[in-house]
Design a protein around this ligand. Structure first.
Ligand SMILES: Cc1cc2nc3c(=O)[nH]c(=O)nc-3n(C[C@H](O)[C@H](O)[C@H](O)COP(=O)(O)OP(=O)(O)OC[C@H]3O[C@@H](n4cnc5c(N)ncnc54)[C@H](O)[C@@H]3O)c2cc1C
Length: 276
């Protein structure tokens, strides 16, 4: 059984436990300091809420079951926490921000809905928790996970993963780029748990007349680059998209003194347009 999991959000807490019964292939490699050889190798791609949930789920399995497993977790960012790790000075488009997070972001629902089982936020946390609280939460959850033989590779981007073998037995061959040293590394795993998130790349739409609009020096921007109402000082803004992001941005724009109060919400993808 191939054990590749795509995690869209923070839902699959139980997935690793049944995935780990796949047929094993001895992978060799270095032994542990106690002289034992690893009985499984598990790769985790992404250390946002999803990847941290995997680490936590593995950490609560019985010790005798997991003590000789090797785990390697990769993330492209400099720190764990996924999109909750800020990037408050993103490059202008087409440069891509590391996260769509903006300074005034709060959770879009009560925080008990986004936490791990039996691991709540501190009791005095606002019900709609600010982004710093959420980041602290996930980093705390990561730090409290107890796993032996776990290697955390930050600033490492997984660039390919290939299953070698038959549908019944084989292993994952993973290639990762060490972004600091600009070198390539190869790994083999029995299991691969993949949690790269779904919010890294903007989905844009193009309107008739948009080219001439932009040529006239007016702005069309995706919420990926939104960092606060001050960027829209004195402008009239149309927000397209009535999902959590569009709604929250419209609220922040309306509450601020910086824009003319002519914002509109439409059921569409999130996009911020400024009219002048
Ligand atoms: C602006 C915004 C606000 C949100 N607010 C809420 C909220 O209030 N409540 C809620 O429940 N949900 C919210 N969400 C949804 C959010 O996606 C989830 O809450 C959750 O944090 C996502 O976790 P994740 O681990 O799936 O993805 P991410 O947090 O995106 O983490 C994925 C990680 O994988 C890494 N990665 C990706 N590709 C690779 C690769 N090839 N190699 C190595 N590493 C890689 C990335 O660097 C990143 O650190 C929000 C989303 C956005 C965009």
């Amino acid at each position: 059984m191939r054990t590749l999991f795509f995690l869209a959000a923070i839902s699959s807490f139980c997935a690793p436990s049944f995935a780990l019964y796949a047929k094993q292939v001895p992978l060799g490699g270095p032994g542990h300091s106690n002289g034992s050889l690893p009985t499984k190798r598990i790769g985790i791609v992404g250390l946002g809420a999803g990847g941290i949930s995997y680490i936590r789920a593995l950490g609560v399995l019985p010790k005798h079951m997991r003590e000789n497993w090797d785990i390697v977790a990769f993330d492209e960012r400099h720190s764990v926490g996924g999109l909750w790790v800020p990037d408050d000075h993103p490059p202008p488009p087409p440069g891509l921000p590391a996260t769509p997070l903006y300074p005034h972001l709060r959770t879009n629902g009560p925080h008990p809905f986004i936490t791990l089982p039996n691991t709540p936020l501190p009791p005095n946390s606002p019900l709609l928790a600010p982004r710093a609280t959420v980041l602290e939460y996930w980093q705390g959850a990561f730090n409290s996970a107890s796993l032996n033989h776990t290697q955390i590779l930050l600033k490492h981007s997984v660039t390919s993963a290939k299953w070698i073998g038959s549908p019944q037995t084989g292993f994952w061959r993973v290639r990762a780029r060490d972004m600091e040293r600009n070198t390539t590394k190869f790994f083999v795993f029995n299991h691969l748990l993949v949690a790269p998130g779904v919010n890294r790349f903007p989905r844009t739409i193009t309107f008739p007349g948009q080219d001439s609009w932009v040529a006239a020096g007016k702005l069309v921007t995706h919420c990926m680059w939104y960092r606060g109402p001050n960027d829209f000082m004195g402008k009239t803004v149309l927000v397209l998209g009535g999902g959590p992001s569009g709604f929250d941005m419209a609220r922040l724009l309306i509450e601020s003194d910086s824009t003319r109060k002519a914002s509109l919400l439409a059921a569409c993808q999130d996009l911020v347009l400024t009219f002048q």
